[in-house]
Design a protein around this ligand. Structure first.
Ligand code: FES
Length: 86
């Protein structure tokens, strides 16, 4: 079991699960759910190594630094601290 953390909010995520089903509970907003709109863009503060590799959609989106698209990520294991990018 892993965990997603956004400041004082956190949610448990089973290993291997897509973040999309859990991240809304800690304040991440979604739009297209397909890697196109960028609404779910987050900055990873800790635990990038615990996420799946960049998807083709994320690469095409042109993310900067430690950013990811939540709708494209799966948690491999462990904790991930994040901050929504608006
Ligand atoms: S919800 Fe649109 S890119 Fe993730």
């Amino acid at each position: 079991m892993g965990r997603l953390i956004n400041e004082d909010k956190q949610v448990d995520v089973p290993d291997g699960e897509a973040l999309v089903d859990y991240a809304e509970a800690i304040g991440v907003e979604f739009g297209c759910y397909s890697g196109a709109c960028g609404t779910c863009r987050i900055e990873i503060l800790k635990g990038m190594e615990n996420l799946s590799d960049l998807s083709e959609e994320e690469t095409d989106f042109g993310l900067e630094g430690a950013e990811r698209l939540t709708c494209q990520c799966t948690l491999n294991q462990g904790e991930v601290s994040l901050r929504p990018v608006h």
